[in-house]
Design a protein around this ligand. Structure first.
Ligand code: OAD
Length: 241
């Protein structure tokens, strides 16, 4: 089956990679769900909603600052690197649609990364809307904009819309794709998960990599229940003989 997948990928004219937090797990970035997931001991409503930030911005920032510090100390994994290095039959790199905010795909060298849920490395002013990259960690108070407004993490919180330009291009890529590799997502958060259905409706060949079974099962052609760092380089770099 691996050979079949490699052949299809190499022949694909419009391949697409879709990723979730599982691809960063082997780098040491916790996933959200599951036994050791971030949502196991915390309520997303207290940490990842506009209401939580309005109520207690410092509480929210302490959590994001901890995550930023953790992510700042890790490196892209083998799966990130294999995706960045892969060239399709046209010789071009493959776009990556990710739910991750950690920036590890870019660090690995991927140049066309669509961040559905924003980036933990961007800050946005809740008053004037100004956005800027910021990598400072070890905060002691809520960071402020030049206008005096509070800065918030540039991520998408529950109840918020995805960045419209990023989502519409992701939809178009999913609809046009002839091969999709979905790695490390539980497939339960919408509208990100719906992109797999869109690709399915467009007749893409869909390969899933996840050690566990997910609700995407009925949409995929092949599922490898393996860790991303093991199987993704094998699929992307292996010989199609
Ligand atoms: P989840 O935590 O929901 O799912 C992570 C998935 O990765 C699980 O299905 C694991 O089985 C799988 N996994 C774990 N280790 C893996 C490995 N080494 N290789 C491959 N897969 C592995 O994370 P997401 O699906 O990314 O949203 O979560 C989606 C969204 O929910 C996040 O973007 C975040 C969260 O709430 C927001 O904050 C808006």
């Amino acid at each position: 089956m691996k050979e079949e997948v490699r052949k299809r990928l190499r022949a694909a004219g419009r391949p697409l990679f879709m990723t979730g937090s599982g691809i960063s797990a082997e780098s040491g970035v916790p996933t959200f769900r599951g036994e050791d997931g971030l949502w196991k001991g915390a309520n997303p409503r207290d940490l990842a909603t506009p209401g939580a930030f309005a109520r207690d911005p410092w509480h929210v920032w302490q959590w994001y600052d901890w995550r930023r510090g953790l992510i700042a100390g890790v490196s892209p994994g083998r799966a990130h690197l294999a995706m960045a290095e892969f060239r399709g039959c046209s010789g071009a790199g493959v776009p990556v649609v990710t739910q991750n905010v950690d920036g590890l795909h870019q660090l690995a060298g991927s140049t066309d990364v669509l961040e559905l849920h924003g980036s933990i490395w961007r800050l946005r002013c809740v008053r004037c809307g100004r956005e800027a990259e910021d990598r400072v960690t070890g905060l002691t108070e809520v960071p402020l904009c030049a206008c005096g407004g509070e800065l918030r993490p540039g991520v998408v919180w529950f109840g918020e819309s995805l960045p419209a330009d990023v989502f519409s291009r992701s939809l178009a890529l999913a609809a046009e794709a002839d091969f999709v590799l979905v790695v490390g997502t539980s497939g339960v958060v919408q509208p990100a998960a719906s992109l797999v259905s869109v690709a399915r409706d467009g007749n893409a060949f869909i390969v899933e990599v996840n050690p566990e079974e997910t609700p995407l099962k009925g949409l995929t052609d092949v599922t490898f229940h393996e860790a991303a760092g093991e199987i993704v380089p094998e699929l992307l770099n292996g010989n199609a003989e």
